[in-house]
Write a protein that binds this ligand. Structure first.
Ligand SMILES: [Zn+2]
Length: 108
C-alpha cells in the first residue's frame, strides 16, 4: 500500500507510515476482508469540463476515456444517424450533475 500522506510505499496494513509518521486509514478488522472494495463509480455529468451539459465529459470520466473522443463519436452519431441528439438530451435529463467539489474527501 501507499502512504496517504507522503505517497511512499509502505507495508500493507500498516497503522503508521515509517517515512513520515502519518496515521494510515483503518483497514477492515482482523478476519474480515483485508481491503474494502473501492467506492462504486457513479455516472455523473462533469461540471468542470463541459461543453454543453457535461454529458460527454461525464461519460469519459466514467469509462476512463478522452472526453474529446466521446464528443467526436457523439457528434458523428448526431450527424450520421440523428439519434445522437436525442440520446444526448436523454442523458442530460437522466444523469445527475456532479457536485462542484469531489464527493469523496481524502481519507486523511
Ligand atoms: Zn508517509
Amino acid at each position: 500500500m501507499v502512504c496517504c500522506n507522503c505517497q511512499k510505499e509502505i507495508v500493507p496494513e500498516s497503522k503508521f507510515c515509517y517515512h513520515c509518521g502519518a496515521r494510515q486509514p483503518e483497514t477492515a478488522g482482523a478476519g474480515a476482508a483485508p481491503q474494502q472494495p473501492p467506492a462504486k463509480k457513479r455516472l455523473l455529468r462533469s461540471v468542470k469540463d463541459k461543453k454543453i451539459a457535461g454529458v460527454c465529459a461525464g461519460l469519459a470520466d466514467y469509462f476512463d476515456l478522452d472526453a474529446t473522443l466521446i464528443r467526436v463519436v457523439w457528434l458523428l452519431a448526431v450527424l450520421l444517424g440523428g439519434t445522437g441528439l436525442l440520446a444526448y438530451l436523454v442523458c442530460w435529463i437522466v444523469i445527475p450533475a456532479a457536485p462542484a467539489v469531489p464527493e469523496r474527501a481524502p481519507a486523511c
